[in-house]
Design a protein around this ligand. Structure first.
Ligand SMILES: O=C(O)C(=O)C[C@]1(C(=O)O)C=C[C@@H](O)C=C1
Length: 282
């Protein structure tokens, strides 16, 4: 089985894929859209991309690409712990406090703001497509006074030295990664890490009218459907036009969720089921 992921080697996405699919053929892609496109083209059986971090919130690129560009079903989710480390080329190990630039994924830099503010206030932040792309860049430019924020595997893979461990600002640092496929078929994963099921909906409200969101939420509330996330994203059709991403804490059933969807449609909302899938906690 071929599984694509946000690469290059040794991203957090790579770690999540390796843990969940130890026997799969792993194919790295440089960006989230490239990975999603590869699923859509049938190059790979499934793709794994980051969706949300506990400290920094949603990975908007993933959400927006799935909603606006390539509509693929979510067939699974992996929740993994995230530990960020500061690493430099071994040449710079003894004077790492003098680095001029810090390279990483924007989410990783945001997870370490307190550390960076306290220890490397003057260094410029440079955003890369992933944490391991940053580590690779630092290893390829040994003479530049620069550092990367990435995981332990990336330090090993790209020959960097970790000079400060666990620099993320809060201990509870987890990221949700989603598994997307072309067909809405779950991957066979008989894993002890299975932790439950979720259903994710995209709901667009008809127009700006008083109480619209309240009516949407009550369709779930009176059915006692537990929501674990609600987030608004711009519909990209004009200022003030938003849709909602709603996670329900159970798998699609025959009665409750279809009933809630029918009620929303009767209110003139547009509803799309993005997936109903098992999740796994590493
Ligand atoms: O850059 C990586 O290593 C990724 O897998 C991406 C990503 C993200 O998009 O949030 C995943 C987990 C961490 O939160 C930081 C970066």
């Amino acid at each position: 089985m071929k599984i694509g992921y946000l690469g290059p080697k040794a991203t957090f996405t790579d770690l999540a894929v390796t843990t969940m699919f130890p026997h799969a053929e792993k194919i790295p892609y440089s960006t989230i859209p490239e990975c999603i496109d590869a699923v859509s083209n049938g190059e790979i059986d499934a793709g794994v991309v980051p969706l949300e971090n506990a400290l920094e919130g949603s990975v908007n690129l993933t959400l927006d690409y799935l909603i606006h560009e390539q509509s693929l079903p979510i067939v699974g989710e992996i929740i993994a712990p995230i530990q960020q480390h500061l690493m430099v080329h071994p040449y710079h190990a003894h004077h790492w406090t003098e680095v001029k630039e810090i390279y990483s994924h924007s989410h990783a830099i945001a997870q370490c703001h307190k550390f960076l503010h306290a220890n490397l206030k003057k260094a410029k932040h440079v955003y890369m497509t992933s944490t391991s792309a940053a580590a690779k860049f630092v290893s390829e430019h040994p003479h530049l006074p620069i550092a990367a924020i990435a995981n332990r595997l990336a330090a090993k893979e790209y020959g960097l030295m970790i000079v400060q461990e666990n620099i993320h600002d809060h201990d509870y640092n987890h990221t949700r990664f989603i598994i997307v496929r072309k067909q809405n078929e779950p991957l066979k994963m008989d894993s002890p890490l299975y932790a439950g099921d979720k259903t994710t909906l995209m709901v667009a409200l008809p127009k700006d009218q008083p109480g619209a969101l309240h009516q949407v939420l009550s369709a779930f509330a009176w059915r006692k459907l537990n929501l674990t996330k609600i987030e608004s994203r711009p519909a990209k059709t004009g200022l003030g036009n938003y849709f909602f991403i709603i996670d329900i804490d159970q798998k699609m059933d025959d009665v409750l969720i279809p009933g809630a969807i029918a009620e929303l449609e009767a209110l003139d909302c547009t509803v799309q089921v993005l997936g109903s899938y098992p999740y796994y906690i590493i």
